[in-house]
Unconditional design. Sequence first.
Length: 268
Amino acid sequence: MSNNSLLLVDPNFKADASANCHLLLKITNDSFSYAVVSKDTEEINIIFDRQGCDDVQQEIKSAFETDSYLSLNYATVKAAIHTSNFIFIPDEWFDGENLAVYAKYLGSDAKVYTKHNNVLGFNTIFCLNEEVKANLPEKTDLFPQSEPLMALYNHLADESLLIDFTAVSFNVLYTKDKKIVFQNHYQSENAEEFNYFLLLMIEQLGLTDTIPVYLQGIINEDDEHYNCLLKYFNQLYFFLPAGKQDSELLADMPKHYFTGLLALDLCE
């Protein structure tokens, strides 16, 4: 196990129990993680996380070739995959019979996928790296990286900022009046870059220092990103996995590290 990898396994987990479990995969542009969650008890059986991937596609390929847990038979497989090629279309403007009409807005010639969010009333139209997809199980339910953030929408204040960090990037969701106003992903390898993007969002979105800011992923209290946020906001909260906070497997871990990954279980 390399220094930037983590594997936690419940010692009571049996391979033949996988048929009653969900496999959740979170694939960003620089990290790869997965969780195995019991369908009935919601207990977390396995957590794997690898940060700072130089080649995510190769990392996934290698994982599915060598990791015995990934070769098991699971009830469902869900994967949230990073893409910069996505748009949101309200239900009233959406034509599901003619997805090709949206291709010119995606900046890609790859296959067009769509996910409908019934609660929010819009559709995410997106393209994926087909080489990444080719390494996943055939039955995988595919989602854009934004979808687990959307799934946490009902757990946020009416106006709020939700930020999901990897070691060198972050994914952000802004809500106002209980509506999704903004969502984007940024590469940010140090505090200076993060500060630049943060100031840009504050200016463009008109954010005030009183807005609640929910934090998940690879961030800790008093690290450089946390201290940067403290310069502009006075309500910072670590966001815990919805419904899975008490898992014994995460007892000794910062639980907010895995909120984004586990939220994928809420996606439909």
